[in-house]
Design a protein around this ligand. Structure first.
Ligand SMILES: NC(=O)C1=CN([C@@H]2O[C@H](COP(=O)(O)OP(=O)(O)OC[C@H]3O[C@@H](n4cnc5c(N)ncnc54)[C@H](O)[C@@H]3O)[C@@H](O)[C@H]2O)C=CC1
Ligand SMILES: CC(=O)C(=O)O
Ligand SMILES: [Mg+2]
Length: 372
């Protein structure tokens, strides 16, 4: 199979879909790999590293898309990239379709087979291709939130750890999955007073067992959530219903009851965000003010630490990329129901229920699509 990896073009996105190590493994399995010139530079990989791994470089994204049977990327394809997809081609990347009707309609129209990293599952109930970037975004969230809390950035002027004689910042983390757990660990490590909310008691029991002395837990009823939010300096949004649009947990009207200058870090923004007032921002212009509350809503947070993120993502995607290349997407999905769960679009049809529900589009079952 011919595998293509273009340069990411989302603003300030420095990750790359394939590391030289991934390219080398694909080549050793008998595949041809085409990398766009300079695609790895933002993550610290030179063209020479890919060439040494047995890949070939080509100058433009158009050439990569024209040659490849399968495109491996990081972020959802931008409008100009969607025009280059074709029927029969496989796209393997993050998609986040539920809050993105334009992208969804373009991918359906392309005829391509689109497998979303964020909906591939594992046999422990996890999302193995979302997890590494959730680890990164979770660890970044208190760091960017602490910056947002600084007075010059519009924040409350509260230091995470306080100082002797002055108490620490109060941080709440809504959603205690991968993002939430990593965010809570780092915020607690910075000295903040941290509470994690979740609607899963099983998850809260686990967090309490493992981190009981480090941070507190609370059930995420609407009442508890708003009560804790009103006392918080920083609120980190980290909920997920896989593939679906994020539930809105704090309304615009409720902002009036938060502390002036509080920082909202909405990591769930890539699924539409969990605060009513969230709208996606970029690394170039990451924060904005609504009613005196500072919002940070960057949809590709891991791009800020592109080298760590690229290597972490590549470690996770590699076995799935190799299975798709070695077996073809149909056989790979038939052999692995967890990879089948990644199928979101095939040959002009949507194949993921939660996206169909969010956007009001008919869906066919992936098990039907794979045989069609
Ligand atoms: N902005 C960015 O750059 C990035 C964003 N993300 C996003 O972060 C979000 C969280 O991802 P993960 O932690 O990996 O998901 P996860 O599935 O590990 O955890 C989500 C948690 O939310 C909980 N939850 C669901 N509904 C809830 C509610 N109404 N109230 C409280 N808790 C609720 C679940 O029980 C679960 O424990 C996702 O939307 C993901 O796409 C992930 C990486 C990067
Ligand atoms: C998960 C995701 O969307 C990202 O890493 O950018
Ligand atoms: Mg994202």
């Amino acid at each position: 199979m011919i595998i293509g990896c273009p340069t990411e073009i989302k603003p300030q996105e420095f990750r790359v879909g394939m590391t030289p190590n991934a390219a080398q493994e694909a080549v050793s399995h008998g595949h041809e790999v085409y990398i766009q010139t300079g695609a790895g530079a933002g993550a610290g990989f030179e063209d020479a590293d890919y060439i040494a791994a047995g890949a070939k470089t080509v100058g433009t994204a158009e050439e990569v898309f024209a040659k490849a049977d399968m495109i491996v990327k990081v972020k959802e394809p931008q409008a100009v990239e969607r025009k280059m997809l074709r029927e029969g081609q496989v796209l393997f990347t993050y998609l986040h379709l539920a809050p993105d009707p334009d992208q969804t309609h373009d991918l359906i129209a392309s005829g391509a087979t689109c497998i979303a990293y964020e909906t591939v599952t594992d046999n422990r109930g996890g999302l193995p291709l979302l997890a590494p970037m959730s680890e990164v975004a979770g660890r970044l969230a208190p760091q960017v939130g602490a910056w947002t809390l600084q007075k010059a950035n519009g924040g409350r002027g509260v230091l995470m750890g306080g100082v002797p004689g002055v108490g620490p910042a109060r941080v709440i983390v809504i959603g205690g999955g991968v993002v939430g757990t990593h965010a809570a660990k780092i915020a607690a490590g910075m000295g903040a007073d941290v509470t994690v909310l979740d609607r899963s008691l099983t998850r809260l029991r686990y967090l309490d067992d493992v981190f009981g002395g480090t941070f507190k837990t609370s059930f995420a009823s609407a009442g508890n959530t708003i009560e804790l939010a009103q006392a918080a300096d920083m609120i980190i949004g980290a909920v997920l219903i896989p593939g679906a649009a994020a539930p809105k947990l704090i309304s615009r009207a409720q902002l009036a009851d938060l502390k002036p200058g509080a920082a909202l870090v909405d990591v769930a923004i890539d699924q539409g965000g969990c605060f009513e007032t969230s709208k996606a921002t970029t690394h170039e212009d990451p924060i904005y003010d609504v009613d005196g509350i500072m919002h940070y809503c960057v949809a590709n947070m891991p791009g800020a630490v592109a080298r760590t993120s690229t290597i972490a993502l590549g470690n996770a995607t590699m076995p799935f990329m190799l299975a798709l290349a070695d077996k073809g997407w149909r056989q790979a999905c038939l052999n692995d129901p967890h990879l089948m769960n990644g199928l979101n679009v095939h040959a002009g049809q949507l194949t993921y229920d939660a996206v169909g529900e969010a956007l009001g589009i008919d869906v066919i079952a992936p098990e039907v699509a794979v045989k069609g």
